[in-house]
Design a protein around this ligand. Structure first.
Ligand code: ATP
Ligand code: MG
Length: 443
């Protein structure tokens, strides 16, 4: 007989009446008298396998298996009564009547966590300590399916707009923006740092290729204990040349965000449903000056703001205000004070106390910072001096601007925060495969 090719669980409804081969993990085994039922899980979904006593070898093997055994099953696909209402239930419309069952890989011990439980209600530490196992849970799997969709959609949207994908170095020689949040590493006989932003390389990219984007690791040596910070995250960066002003940058980011929302809305419904989550409404993203936002917070919420920035509570409130006033889950806050933005930020032409920069907030937290950058060599040198820094220390960076660099701008967008807020996860760490925080370096 010809050897059967493995098919996926998701393909079983197309093979009713045929004998097929499946490979996967045992989610649950249930015994009902002489019948044994196995919920079999592969990368595409779950299906019920029934082992009847008239296949004694299969029945014998089935009696041995427990949760998380990797097995191979050959059997007949049979329709089950009842209609499927969505893709997830589609495989519930069939059942596999096993004619043979083989153990492919056997756990060395009973798993400490039952990952078949649809609601893995574990505390965050337990969830992360047992990450290799908890990643097998359906709901957890959904986080990373959506995360992959986000990366795919971001890259596709950038490419469509003429951005060239680049990868910039993560080992850098100098803590260029001021060194407090850099991790120091030993680099042969000298000291080096882990990049806390691809900023300077993106700008070099603009001066060569006009438009670049990067999906890359960002390291932050910040001792945060919050639900929205990790010390290693994945940045969705982009930088674009020949802009008219920073509104152009916001417009591009907005277009890309809306494309991501559309892709997730089209292809992520099964995963969103596991969290009772919905994609944000597609409406124009309001743009509000930071100073006006501060006023709104005072007026609407009686919130007093220190200086001219808003804290995380303020970000939550202004998001709430914008959601109820404009029906938008996003908001651009614009014109941040020069004093709280990096030296390369373009000062506003009307009032240089402010910059042509923005933050993008999503459901209460900052997900991106961006703006127009200074592109003129001498202006940069003067700005660096004015900030009490030494232009000599920025030599490599300044070289970018020596040979005709056009007006440009871009953004740094945090990938994990998008998924956190999309699904309403309590912590960003749930959206990181193996998160790194102040206390956690394993697994
Ligand atoms: P925050 O003020 O929230 O600490 P930031 O202003 O320091 O963030 P940026 O340097 O503007 O962060 O980085 C760009 C984006 O990268 C942020 O808007 C955020 O989405 C993401 N990001 C920054 N720091 C972290 C972090 N420690 N963990 C996860 N994502 C981060
Ligand atoms: Mg920021």
């Amino acid at each position: 007989m010809e050897e059967l090719k493995r098919i996926l669980v998701s393909e079983t409804p197309e093979h009713i009446g045929e004998t097929v081969k499946l490979c996967g993990w045992v989610s649950i085994r249930r015994d009902h008298g002489k019948l044994i039922f196995i919920e079999l899980r592969d990368r595409s979904g779950k299906v019920q396998v029934v082992i009847l006593p008239d296949h004694p070898e299969a029945a014998l093997a089935a009696k041995e298996v427990r949760s998380e055994y990797a097995i191979e099953v050959t059997g007949l696909v049979k329709a089950r009564p009842g209609k499927a209402e969505n893709a997830e239930q589609a495989t519930g419309s069939v059942e596999i009547e096993a004619t043979s069952l083989q153990i492919i890989s056997q756990p060395i011990e009973e798993p400490p966590i039952d990952v078949s439980n649809p609601e893995l209600s574990l505390n965050l530490d337990t969830l992360l300590n047992h990450r290799t196992l908890t990643l097998r849970n359906d709901k957890v799997h959904s986080i990373f399916s959506l995360y992959a969709l986000l990366l795919e959609a971001y890259a596709a949207a950038c490419r469509k707009r003429g951005f060239l994908e680049v990868k910039t170095p993560k080992i850098v020689s100098a803590a260029t923006e001021g060194g407090a949040n850099f991790f120091k590493i030993q680099y042969f006989d000298r000291e080096a740092f882990l990049a806390q932003s691809p900023q300077f390389y993106k700008q070099a990219g603009v001066s060569a290729f006009e438009r670049v984007f990067e999906i890359g690791t960002v390291f932050r040596a910040e001792p945060h204990f919050t639900t929205r910070h990790v010390n290693e995250y994945t940045g969705l960066d982009a930088e674009m040349g020949f802009i008219g002003n920073f509104e152009d940058v916001m417009a591009e980011l907005e277009g890309i965000m809306m494309e991501i929302v559309a892709v997730i809305g089209e292809r992520g419904q099964t995963d969103l449903a596991r969290y009772g989550a919905a994609t944000p409404p597609v409406v124009a993203i309001p743009r509000i000056r930071l100073a006006d936002a501060v006023e709104i917070l005072k007026r609407e919420y009686g919130k007093e703001t220190e200086g001219e920035d808003i804290d995380s509570e303020g970000e939550r409130m202004i998001s709430e205000y914008v959601a109820k006033t404009y029906g938008s889950d996003f908001i651009f806050l614009t014109h941040y004070p020069t004093a709280i933005r990096p030296f390369y930020s373009m000062p506003n032409a009307d009032d240089p106390k402010y910059t042509d920069t923005f933050d993008l907030l999503f459901r209460g937290i900052e997900i991106a910072s961006g703006g127009q950058r200074i592109h003129e060599y001498q202006v940069l040198v003067d700005t660096i001096k004015k900030r009490g820094m030494d232009p000599e220390a920025f030599k490599d960076y300044l070289d970018i601007f020596k040979y005709g660099t056009p007006p440009h701008g871009g953004w740094g967008l945090g990938s994990e925060r998008i998924i956190q807020k999309l699904l309403g996860l309590g912590s960003i760490k749930e959206a990181v495969l193996f998160p790194r925080d102040v206390k956690r370096l394993t697994p």
